[in-house]
Design a binder for this molecule. Structure first.
Ligand code: G1P
Length: 299
């Protein structure tokens, strides 16, 4: 099918954040996973910031019931703001104001956890007929260029849909969507096939999908026809796979450090990456590691 290299700018993003966060129990009994902090900023802040830095300011937040606090995070906080003003904390006030100005939020509730594909399909009306981005707050990436901007740059060259990719160890492929592709140029693959959470012996490669996508709206039609797949959930990967052959699908190896903040070890790693930026925190980390080493020697 002929296609136009429709590279109009992408204005909208869907951020699915309805996960129950069972790996973080008990804190997620009361705090939605998207608000778990990496130092002083919650996960949701990082992806909203990444979207905004790449010129995407309209965001649909897909939340589970009772997760209003995630959306409230992006609203004005009048008591906090007037207190900061009275106390003369102008810089802090400015910073806090910036959070409510970061993106325009539309909240969509996913009442039942039917999977990532189902969550994205709930944003159908919000998306309309525009190419849109999807950012998963569990995937944090520290690159020289924001990850979604790297993906947008590939879309500019090739059109169609582009998904983020990174290499993972072969024994971990069953945790990810895996890409079967053909390398077109450094870091860019033409996608031939996608398999969600394959067993290592069935994986076509060890190139995994990271939680950054720029998708053509036609994926929504495929999502509407996608039957539950891996884990009994409606998988976004399966709907993207169904577009292959009909419109271009590429993968972009995302440059930068990555942490899977959806699991405790990854959230800790994320905090350590962030800590690098602050000399006092860096020192605290180094001192702790040194103390661990001493304890190991002593024990
Ligand atoms: C989702 C996607 C998967 C992708 C992963 C990246 O899986 O379904 O294809 O590799 O995000 O983090 P989940 O982590 O929601 O199980």
């Amino acid at each position: 099918m002929p296609f136009s290299k429709n590279t109009q700018s992408v204005r909208k993003a869907v951020i699915p954040a309805a996960g129950l966060g069972t790996r973080f129990l008990p804190v997620t009994r009361a705090v939605p996973k998207a608000l778990l902090p990496v130092l002083n900023k919650p996960l949701i802040h990082y992806v909203a910031e990444e979207a905004a830095a790449s010129g995407i300011r309209e965001v649909a937040l897909i939340l589970g019931p009772g997760m209003d606090a995630v959306a409230e995070y992006f609203t004005d906080q009048p008591i906090l703001e007037s207190t900061l003003r009275q106390r003369g904390h102008t810089d802090l006030l400015h910073e806090q104001r910036g959070i409510s100005d970061l993106v325009d939020i539309t909240v969509i509730i996913q009442h039942t956890p039917h999977g990532l594909g189902h969550a994205v399909l709930l944003a159908k009306e919000f998306i309309g007929n525009e190419t849109f981005a999807v950012l998963l707050p569990d995937d944090l990436i520290w690159g020289n260029t924001p990850a979604i901007e790297q993906i947008l740059a590939v879309r500019k060259r090739y059109g169609g849909s582009v998904i983020g990719a990174r290499e993972v160890p072969l024994d971990l492929v069953s945790k990810f969507g895996i890409i079967d592709g053909h390398l077109l140029e450094s870091g860019v693959f033409e996608v031939k096939r996608l398999v969600e959470k394959p067993k290592p012996q069935h994986a076509p490669s060890n190139i995994a999908i990271v939680g950054r996508y720029v998708l053509e709206p036609r994926v929504l039609d495929h999502l509407a026809n996608t039957k539950p797949g891996a884990g009994g959930e409606v998988q976004l990967t399966d709907a993207i796979a169904a577009m292959i052959g009909e419109s271009p699908v590429h993968a972009c190896a995302v440059e930068g450090r990555h942490a899977d903040a959806g699991v405790p070890a990854g959230l800790l790693q994320a905090a350590l990456y962030e800590a690098r930026k602050d000399p006092a925190l860096r020192e605290a980390v180094m001192a702790t590691v040194a103390a661990w080493q001493q304890d190991n020697i002593a024990s």
